[in-house]
Design a protein around this ligand. Structure first.
Ligand SMILES: O=P(O)(O)OP(=O)(O)OP(=O)(O)OC[C@H]1O[C@@H](n2cnc3c(O)ncnc32)[C@H](O)[C@@H]1O
Ligand SMILES: [Mg+2]
Length: 218
């Protein structure tokens, strides 16, 4: 297995929440994270059918364009009672339907860049669970696939997972995405309420990272 040398590593993501977490997880290893957004690298279309497929295509696109090794993360929330949805469509569930979009003309015209609001996506998860009826369970898990691609095309991928329960209403504003509605097993706080360091100790991203570090760094 190829080792990841200290030095610059592209973080092939345009999600600030993820970039923040990945930079914190990489902190101890002498690796300097550079975000794809900083280098103006485009966001490839996520055409894969699995988390790993999508992580690999994002890592490959950034490594090809930058000539540096690139790390991509594809992740999402899988709800048992919804047959694993939203899954690889977790980011896409946060996209408002066209009928609800033109509220802010400046945002609609692309003049302002707004941080993605996940209240709509969380509401959708909640509504779809309610539609399943009172028997539908609240079990869910997050999955995180991490892929490192080198400029010569060599690629290594890892997957992590954390199990939990969905709560309603959402609680806390410390994480990102679906964090406020996800309570990991054995804890009273949601990921949205937790200290970021605590989330890094138990999250799907931390689980995938442990595997990556063991294989590529340790
Ligand atoms: O593809 P990039 O540019 O990395 O950014 P993205 O936000 O589009 O990321 P994904 O395609 O991997 O979509 C995953 C979505 O799943 C959600 N998600 C992933 N990890 C999460 C976490 O730790 N906490 C909460 N939500 C998470 C979050 O809403 C993400 O937008
Ligand atoms: Mg994405």
């Amino acid at each position: 297995m190829r080792k990841l040398e200290p030095g610059r590593l592209i973080i092939a993501s345009h999600n600030q929440g993820k970039i923040r977490e990945i930079a914190a997880l990489l902190g101890p290893y002498g690796i300097e994270p550079v975000s794809a957004a900083e280098l103006d690298l485009p966001e490839p279309e996520e055409t894969g059918n699995t988390f790993i497929d999508n992580a690999e295509l994002k890592a490959r696109a950034s490594a090809d364009l930058s000539g540096l090794p690139a790390l991509a993360d594809d992740s999402g929330l899988c709800v048992d009672a919804l047959d694993g949805q939203p899954g690889i469509y977790s980011a896409r569930w946060a996209e408002l339907p066209w009928s609800e979009r033109a509220v802010d003309p400046a945002a609609d015209a692309g003049e302002v860049k707004v941080e993605r609001d996940f209240s709509y996506a969380m509401q959708r998860v909640h509504d779809e669970l309610l539609a399943k009826g009172p028997e539908a369970g609240r079990d869910a898990h997050f999955v995180c696939a991490l892929s490192v691609c080198w400029p010569d095309g060599h690629i290594e991928s890892f997957e992590g997972r954390v199990d939990g329960t969905l709560v309603w209403p959402p609680r806390g504003d410390r994480g990102f995405g679906y964090d406020p509605m996800f309570q990991p097993i054995g804890r009273k706080e949601t990921f949205g309420e937790m200290d970021p360091g605590e989330k890094h100790g138990m999250s799907h991203r931390a689980d995938a990272f442990r595997k990556l570090v063991e294989a590529l760094i340790g």
